[in-house]
Design a protein around this ligand. Structure first.
Ligand code: HEC
Length: 106
């Protein structure tokens, strides 16, 4: 009887792990965005004002950032560097980056 209970608990535990892992990584995750932003900060400086020609992303609305990145990705917005960078991002990463940069103060 005890053995059956232990098996049941183990099964429930495994199920919970299987269900939580994918849902946790879904949606706009600011921490994930912060992790991904290391690459962006080489050009889009995080706290100080970005250098000439490179717009700061801080505090811009999420929909603005998402659509800018999607436009670079589908090449309807021109910039060779950003097209290459956005081309490698999937929609989860784009959402996470937008959530992160948008949450920063200007
Ligand atoms: C090698 C330098 C460089 C890197 C690295 C870089 N960017 Fe950019 N980014 C630029 C430049 C330059 C522009 C302005 C291009 C233009 O005029 O359209 C730009 C524009 C943008 C814009 C549009 C901003 C606006 O106000 O319209 C977004 C959004 C953006 N980048 C996001 C990112 C993200 C997210 C990353 C990291 C994954 C990143 N960039 C990495 C150079 C860079």
């Amino acid at each position: 009887m005890c053995e059956i209970l232990r098996l049941a608990f183990a099964a429930v535990f495994v199920l919970v792990v299987i269900i939580t892992i994918p849902t946790k990584s879904m949606g706009a995750d600011k921490e994930y965005g912060q992790y991904l932003s290391a690459e962006c900060n080489a050009c889009h400086a995080p706290s100080k004002k970005s250098g000439a020609g490179i717009p700061s992303l801080n505090g811009k609305p999420v929909p603005y950032l998402v659509s800018a990145l999607l436009q670079y990705k589908n090449k309807s917005r021109k910039n060779a560097v950003m097209q290459m960078i956005a081309g490698r991002l999937d929609s989860e990463q784009i959402n996470a980056l937008a959530a992160y940069f948008s949450s920063l103060g200007k």
